[in-house]
Design a protein around this ligand. Structure first.
Ligand code: GSH
Length: 212
């Protein structure tokens, strides 16, 4: 298996998952954004995005889908839920919610506050999508109030998928508006050994904006 990763990018989801599962993998670290600083990467992944992942003939570009693939393909159900589990629908919903609902508005915020050149920055768009992100956390706020983990009272890749979105929001300076229960949930996830290992991979070579 091989994963292409940029420090702090969404490829942290599969990297954290690989570390939790103790699977063997090769890693290629890329400068961010690779489409500018590592143009040959476009020959491997024409989207130019990370994560990019290969496992024999399997080639994937969606961070949460790679985590899901690892659970299913390697039968690592201690990190996921099987289809006949009563919370399976909820589990899938958190997996999709993580990127489609929570990470998406943050990328607009990031683009118009940090990544664009000064003269193309859009404070109004950034502010609106920061509010959008916080408003979309209502479902998580209600769900996590009496839980330590999202599904089945145990750690799963749903926590990795959502936890990364919360970690990115924190890196962007948006976490002061998190509810107290979400702050506690995120702090607990960040204490995990596999997370601590994964977040430090590539730190020294990092060319990614720090976001802070
Ligand atoms: N939906 C994809 C999005 C992948 C993506 O857009 N990754 C960003 C980094 S977080 C990227 O590679 N951006 C580089 C670019 O847009 O050139 C996922 O969840 O993995």
């Amino acid at each position: 298996m091989k994963l292409w990763h940029c420090y702090n990018a969404r490829s942290l989801r599969p990297l954290w998952t690989l570390e939790e599962m103790g699977l063997d993998y090769d890693l290629e670290l890329l400068p961010f954004p690779p489409r500018i600083y590592k143009k040959e990467f476009l020959g491997i992944n024409p989207l130019g995005t990370v994560p990019y992942f290969e496992d024999q003939t399997t080639k994937m570009t969606e961070s949460t889908a790679i985590c899901h693939y690892l659970v299913e393909h390697y039968q690592k159900y201690e990190f996921g839920l099987e289809v006949n589990h009563p919370e399976y629908g909820d589990y899938l919903n958190w997996l999709y919610h993580a990127d489609a609902t929570l990470t998406f508005p943050q990328t607009i915020y990031l683009r118009y506050t940090h990544l664009e050149q000064e003269n193309r920055r859009l404070p109004q768009a950034a502010e609106d999508y920061a509010k959008w992100f916080i408003a979309r956390m209502r479902r998580l706020d209600a769900h996590i109030i009496d839980r330590k983990f999202l599904c089945d009272n145990r750690f799963t890749i749903a926590d990795i998928a959502i936890g990364y979105a919360l970690y990115l929001g924190e890196s962007l300076g948006l976490s002061e508006n998190y509810s107290s229960q979400v702050k506690v949930y995120l702090e607990n996830l960040k204490k995990r050994n596999a997370f601590q290992k994964a977040i430090n991979i590539g730190k020294d070579e990092n060319q990614t904006p720090t976001f802070n």
